[in-house]
Structure formats: C-alpha cells, structure tokens
Ligand binder design. Structure first.
Ligand SMILES: Nc1ncnc2c1ncn2[C@@H]1O[C@H](COP(=O)(O)OP(=O)(O)OP(=O)(O)O)[C@@H](O)[C@H]1O
Ligand SMILES: [Mg+2]
Length: 291
C-alpha cells in the first residue's frame, strides 16, 4: 500500500501519506508518561508518551539538553524511567525484566544504539574484537561472526582498521566502528544519536544514504538529530521536544519545517535561520519544439 502510494505520489508530484499514518502499523516501541531526572535533581524527561510502529523512521528534534539522548538510552534499556512505562516488542522493559537473561538477550539482538559519544561505545583491544563482541555474546559461531565482521567492515570501508586499537582511532573512525558494532547484529530497531557528528561530509552523505536504505528495507529507526536539511530523507515522523523536556508537537518533516513559530518557540532555530524547503518534483523536460 505504501509502495503504491509512493508510486502515485511520484507520478503526480505530490507528497505521499507517510507510512506511520497508516492505521494498521504494528506498535513496536511504546512509551507512556515517562519521567527521568539525573541524580533525582536534573530533569531530562517530563511526561513523555508515544507509540512507534514497525518500519517508522522517527526524528527526535529539540534544543541542546532537551532530553533526546536520555530518551534513546531509555529506549535501549540502559537506564530506566522513574515514572511511566516503556515496552518494546510487546514486553515491558524494566530493571527487573532486563535481569532475565533470555529477555535481555532477545531485546539486545533486536535493538541497536549508536551513541552520541563513540568513546563510550568502544572498549575492546582491537576493532575486530570490538565488532565481533556482540554476535559472539549472542552465541553466533566464530565462523559466522568472522564473515559478518568482514562484510560489515567492507561495507563501511574500514577493513584497514581491523587490527587497530579502537581507542587510538580518530573521532570519525571510532564512529564508523561504533556503527559497525550495531549493524553487525542486524537489529530490527536502530537508535541513532546524532550519528553524523564527527564524520567528514562524504561519510555523512554515505551514512544518510545507508539510513535511508535501512528505512526502505523496513527497519524501524529512531534518530536524534539537529540536521534539519536531512530530515526529508531520513524521517517520516518528527517528535519535537521543548526545553522543559516534554514532547510538544509531532508531524511529518513537511509539517514541522513549515511551522517556524514552533521551531522558534522550542529554541531549535534562530530568528534568522533559514529552513530547508521540501524536495521538489523533477522539472518537466524543456520543450524544444519549433516556435
Ligand atoms: N550524566 C548526567 N548527569 C546529570 N545531568 C545530565 C546527565 N546527562 C544529561 N543530563 C541533563 O539531562 C538533560 C537532558 O540531557 P540530554 O543529554 O538527554 O539532552 P539532549 O537533548 O540529548 O541534548 P544535546 O542536543 O545537547 O545532545 C540536560 O539538562 C542535561 O544537562
Ligand atoms: Mg544528546
């Protein structure tokens, strides 16, 4: 249905109904009334609720400090909300349920997180071991793991780094290794926290392309980003945080980027910022007939 709608839209030059607006999507991540404060003193999330359906590509937008990274950590089961509930794949994700090895292994194999700070993510003596760690933990054989590591590093263009120590790499190289550790697991849900930060423009473009392809392949993607120019490519739904850590609006990239007042109100843009315009349908070829 989505493909037909896309084909129709391409033919007419109109924007298609976003996949997430279709009524029968299967809920995959469900958050209700989440609150979180660091050290019980520094609020990071206030009454945050949403449901994400399978195959949605969701962008989290908001000013620095509004709570995007905190929400991604909760979605990845690294920290737990002090109030409210969070379920993934139909199962509650709590400190208690994550102590169950079967539950936590199943959850970890289905959801992957590329951190904002890749230093926090790389810890093995070599890149090869770093990327192999997750699959081996899940009981995948050494042989299959080795071939996965080879495929993924070739895809990312980092085979020359395999025997290097991850902590000695440049920021962008570390980021690529962190991306490989997540992709090698083949998760259904991908969480990205400003993944293009520290990457050179060529690799940024490549990564946006990859994220677009992963979305087209049906992966569910939640992506914290400040890159408004990339929104049309990487998201079909945006959740907007206010500086008091609440979700105050949601909509398609077209709707959100058309609402300058909203973006000013949440301090995401400056009054002099220019906003990207929606992608235009291709121009009709010039008519070259005789006058
Ligand atoms: N380890 C921590 N200890 C105390 N407070 C924290 C910690 N991490 C984050 N915070 C606070 O929690 C709030 C939300 O932070 P968070 O990192 O989730 O924001 P963000 O939206 O990801 O910001 P950015 O766009 O800068 O990455 C901020 O006020 C921040 O100061
Ligand atoms: Mg952040």
């Amino acid at each position: 249905m989505a493909a037909e709608a896309d084909a129709d839209a391409a033919a007419t030059g109109q924007i298609s109904t976003p996949r997430w607006a279709e009524p029968d999507g299967e809920p995959i991540l469900e958050a209700s009334g989440l609150h979180y404060a660091y050290l019980d003193r520094y609020p990071a999330l206030t009454d945050v609720s949403f449901t994400i359906q399978r195959g949605q590509r969701v962008a989290l937008l908001g000013a620095n400090g509004c709570g995007k990274s905190t929400l991604l950590k909760i979605l990845d089961g690294l920290i737990f909300a002090s109030q409210g509930s969070y379920s993934a794949f139909g199962q509650p994700v709590t400190e208690d349920t994550m102590e169950d090895v079967q539950m936590s292994e199943g959850f970890r194999s289905r959801i992957g997180f590329v951190f904002q700070n890749s230093d926090a993510q790389v810890f093995s003596p070599t890149v090869r071991e770093e990327i192999a760690f997750g699959p081996l933990q899940l009981g995948i054989s050494r042989e299959d793991t080795a071939s996965r590591v080879e495929d993924i590093t070739r895809m990312l263009g980092i085979t020359d780094l395999l025997d290097r120590a991850p902590y000695q790499l440049s920021g962008g190289q570390k980021k690529k290794v962190a991306i490989a550790t997540v992709l090698v697991m083949g998760p259904e849900v991908l969480l990205f926290d400003e993944p293009t930060a520290a990457l050179d423009p060529r690799t940024q473009y490549w990564l946006m392309d990859l994220i677009e392809q992963l979305g087209n392949a049906g992966k569910t993607i939640v992506h914290a980003t400040h890159d408004l120019d990339a929104l049309y490519r990487i998201a079909d739904r945006c959740l907007i945080f206010s500086e008091d850590h609440r979700i105050v609006a949601e909509g398609t990239p077209e709707q959100i980027l058309a609402d300058r007042q909203l973006l000013l109100q949440v301090n995401l843009i400056h009054e002099h910022s220019t906003l990207p315009t929606p992608p235009q349908p291709p121009l009709e070829p010039l008519h070259r007939g005789k006058r």
